[in-house]
Write a protein that binds this ligand. Structure first.
Ligand code: ADP
Ligand code: MG
Length: 720
């Protein structure tokens, strides 16, 4: 996906075959090698005796070989006896070359690196790294780095390539000296050299300065000889006093690397942002002609949060460069009306507005709602979806092309070839995380850089917003409309399903409606469908007096919307569904949500589903039916959803449980994931953000050098 500019010097002195393998590790330039940092270290700077070697801990032994034999128990393997002054040990090689057999010839002196364990016939080492000791061979002075690697690339190879890169690549600091000092950051060259080749005797290479969690295993003089850094799995910044000076230096080195990586991310995102800003967009100033009328017609007043977001958007639309704004707000916070106002502001100025949603159901709900809101203003809302008949679709496309369709709502069909928006002023994209980068780009290219508003109900934790979303402006609807009732969440074991069915009966008897969400079966859509149908049948038997509907992904769009319309109209009391209702569906009279096998759902899915109820005045409940045994992760998810109602809290927990990779979903195809830094360290993220701003404004050359070092050609995608 990332194409590298031909100007970038490739890896030097590497065969095409090896280059291809290294590319899998993201190593395509010599400079990349410098930033390919060890996962952990092995300590070959000292020797342990067989008698003193602690079990199951990496150690180095120096031994004399006593001879080998090939045995077939149960499969072919090589067994070699070795000894030192303190004892005997068996080396076991399950796959071996004749050369290895020779290496262990009787009398040979070898250094072995591996873990000693108790075998059937005494102490043994399985597949140690071994080499013959030459006369007078000294122990290495530096710890041995262990790098992330891939098939066909040995550690030795990586060490050699990286060692060479450290002497040939320009390691000049990309930070202006004054800035580096002000931020108390270690010099770059020193940091990478230290991390690739840490000195012997290092105690605790890593904890502190956030290199890795405290209490992780570290090398001690008498114990193991393996030191892990886990560059990205902690954000702690305390340097414990037990660390030696070298340990502190390592911590500072890791801090520098994490900072640099975050800085590169900030720089590329800010640059992408600036590139977009430099493009022209139609200014769509707020005239109020239509928006004011809509506000008068509405049966409610905007909340303070909606007003603020609307003001921010209205101001952006008036600019001559395209808006890039994310409208963020918890489920039910009322983002749609804000989008409607924005669309009208485009129309007021004689431009078109489009709203794209990821599913047919959601798009149709938007369409219905907008039609309803805009009807008094005599504005028709065009509908474009994949399920339209050919002729209808052609007519709609013509209306869009001729400009008679001023507000258009639809699904992916909006970005299909053949849809031309001659005057697209604003594109609104709902549940933006559901769309891939490329789909979003496609809509953008439909006009001359239209303004863009993305909406999401998945709250983005602050550090994520500051990092992965740094190329967007963000408005947050952080207030729910009045009159919402908090949703009571209940965890119920599967064994009490009957009681839950009774509860559905009671709610519907009282005139309310309910959702029943079928278990998620990720592996098979067919099985998912079957389960939904069976659940529907079973509930129909259990609750014969209720009108029960079923929606699932395989229904034709027309059928789907019929069922949804019947549910909205109250003709269906209980709606059995797969997760198609996950986003956006809005039926205020529905007050009960049952989720079967809730343990299989992700946190944000559960939160979204729960958000379907509690939209009216009636007391609402969400029942999470779960089956034992629960995995640790599932238990944790259920705990979080049970204890938290606030989408931001849930998103934070989700981020902590899953890491940012999955969280940002499709966005990762555009923004490189962080390798070393993590987002727990909000201070470092904001420091990097401020530094990026400073570099871009005052030290353009440093910014360019820094991006070149960290991103190579990889940031190109972001500029789109
Ligand atoms: P979401 O942010 O999840 O997309 P919606 O835009 O669907 O939320 O709004 C949820 C419901 O709240 C809708 O029925 C909408 O009409 C209603 N609503 C939105 N804003 C307000 C408000 N200020 N006061 C009362 N109801 C509102
Ligand atoms: Mg919505």
């Amino acid at each position: 996906m990332a194409t590298h500019s031909t100007l970038t010097p490739a890896l030097s002195g590497v065969s095409a075959q090896l280059a291809a393998r290294l590319a899998k590790l993201g190593l395509t330039r010599d400079a990349d090698l410098v930033l390919h940092l060890p996962l952990r270290y092995e300590d070959e700077t000292r020797i342990t005796t067989i008698a003193e070697a602690p079990p199951d801990t990496p150690v180095q032994l120096e031994v004399e070989a006593q001879g080998c034999e090939i045995v077939f128990r149960p499969r072919r393997q090589l067994l070699c006896r070795v000894q030192d002054d303190t004892g005997m040990l068996l080396v076991r090689l399950l796959n071996f070359y004749p050369s290895q057999q020779k290496q262990f010839a009787a009398g040979a002196r070898l250094r072995l690196f591996g873990e000693v364990r108790e075998g059937y016939s005494g102490l043994e080492m399985v597949h140690p790294r071994a080499h013959l000791v030459s006369a007078g061979e000294e122990l290495p002075q530096a710890l041995t780095p262990v790098y992330p690697t891939t098939a066909g690339v040995s550690q030795t190879m990586l060490r050699r390539l990286i060692g060479r890169a450290l002497t040939t690549v320009d390691l000049a600091d990309t930070l202006p000296e004054a800035l580096r000092q002000r931020l108390a950051l270690a010099p770059f060259a020193e940091s990478v050299r230290l991390l690739h080749q840490p000195p012997a005797g290092l105690q605790g290479a890593g904890p502190g300065a956030g290199a890795r969690p405290e209490g992780s295993p570290v090398a001690g003089p008498q114990a193991g000889a393996s030191v892990e850094h886990g560059g990205r799995d902690s954000g702690r910044t305390t340097v414990t006093s037990s660390l030696g000076a070298a340990g502190k230096a390592m911590s500072l080195a890791w801090r520098r690397i994490r900072f640099d990586e975050l800085l590169a991310q900030q720089l590329s995102l800010r640059r992408a942002y600036a590139a977009r800003r430099s493009r022209g967009a139609p200014p769509l100033p707020a005239t109020g002609q239509l928006t004011a009328r809509l506000l008068v017609e509405l049966p409610f007043l905007l909340t303070g949060a909606q007003q603020r977001c609307w003001r921010e958007i209205a101001a952006d639309l008036g600019q001559r460069h395209p808006m890039q704004r994310l409208l963020q707000g918890d489920v039910g916070s009322g983002k749609t009306i804000v989008a409607a106002l924005a669309l009208l502001q485009a129309v007021e100025n004689g431009w078109q507005g489009a709203l794209m949603a990821p599913t047919e159901i959601l798009a149709e709900q938007h369409w219905q709602k907008l039609r309803h809101w805009l009807a008094p203003l005599d504005i028709e809302v065009a509908w474009l979806s994949g399920s339209l008949k050919k002729a209808q679709k052609a007519a709609m496309q013509a209306a869009v092309r001729e400009g008679s369709a001023r507000v258009v709502v639809g699904t992916h069909a909006l970005i299909e070839a053949g849809v031309e928006f001659p005057r697209l002023g604003l594109a609104v994209i709902d549940e933006q995380h559901r769309f891939g980068v490329h789909q979003r780009l496609a809509l953008r290219q439909k006009g001359i850089s239209p303004h863009q508003l993305m909406m999401t109900a998945t709250p983005i934790p602050r550090t994520l917003a500051m990092s992965y979303y740094a190329d967007l402006d963000v408005s947050v609807v952080d207030e729910l409309p009045p009159g919402r009732t908090p949703v009571l969440t209940k965890l119920v074991g599967e064994g009490r399903r009957e009681a839950v069915v009774e509860r559905v009966r009671a709610a519907c008897a009282a005139g309310r409606q309910a959702y029943w969400v079928c278990p998620l079966i990720e592996e098979s859509e067919t099985l998912q469908l079957k389960t939904a149908q069976e659940t529907h049948e079973r509930l129909s038997v259990e609750l014969p007096e209720l009108a029960i509907g079923l929606v699932h992904g395989r229904l034709k769009a027309g059928e789907k919307s019929q069922v949804m319309a019947a549910f909205v109209a109250g003709e269906i009391q209980l709606l059995v569904s797969t997760t198609v209702i996950e986003v956006g569906v809005d039926v205020a009279n529905a007050s009960l949500m049952v989720i079967e096998h809730a343990e299989r759902f992700g946190l944000s899915q559960l939160h979204q589903l729960r958000g379907r109820v509690g939209r009216g005045a009636a007391e609402s409940a969400c029942i999470l039916l779960y089956a034992q045994p629960l995995s640790q992760a599932a238990r944790e998810r259920l705990r979080v959803i049970f204890e938290n109602a606030d989408g931001f809290e849930i998103a934070r927990a989700d981020l902590a449980l899953r890491g940012p990779g999955e969280f940002i979903g499709a966005r990762q195809s555009g923004a490189p994931l962080l390798r070393y830094a993590d987002l727990d360290d909000a201070d470092l993220v904001s420091t990097a953000r401020a530094a990026a701003e400073e570099l871009l404004n005052e030290h353009a050359a440093s910014a360019a050098a820094h991006l070149a070092r960290w991103m190579g050609g990889r940031e190109e995608l972001l500029k789109a």
